[in-house]
Design a protein around this ligand. Structure first.
Ligand code: FES
Length: 139
């Protein structure tokens, strides 16, 4: 039996929204110093919605699957909904991950938050409270 759900395997083998948005409104890059994996998220924002999102992940299969699922979960959603996305919701949407792979999903949540911080900083809009002082997780 595989350690990984069918959904994880599907998003790993056929990741959604891979790529770069050249004229992105927000870009976030995070890395996990322990495993060395890196994730970069690009957001296009229109009318307070995530009009488009793309990612590039140099990382493990779970990092790829969680970035893919995270982009699917926020695409077309409002900024507030994107702000509320947690790594838990990503893991649930993938029907679970092995315990020692949970940190990979944290990278996905952090990459989106980092891209949102970049968006609010660049646009000069007031930073939502939940993003003030945001620091990516270190483990
Ligand atoms: Fe590092 Fe998965 S092992 S993100």
């Amino acid at each position: 039996m595989s350690l990984y759900s069918d959904k994880v395997m599907d998003h790993f083998e056929h990741p959604r929204n891979v790529g770069v948005i050249e004229d992105a409104d927000g870009v976030g890059e995070v890395g996990n110093p322990l495993c060395g994996d890196i994730m970069k998220m690009y957001l296009k924002i229109e009318d307070d919605r995530i009009a488009d999102v793309k990612f590039k992940t140099f990382g493990c299969g779970s990092a790829i699957a969680t970035s893919s699922m995270a982009t699917e979960l926020i695409k077309g959603k409002t900024l507030e909904e994107a702000l509320d996305l947690t790594n838990k919701a990503v893991v649930e949407a993938l029907d679970g991950l092995p315990a020692r792979k949970i940190h990979c999903s944290v990278l996905a949540e952090d990459a989106i938050k980092a891209a949102l911080v970049d968006y609010y900083t660049r646009s000069g809009r007031e930073m939502p409270e939940s993003l003030v002082g945001f620091e990516p997780h270190e483990d």
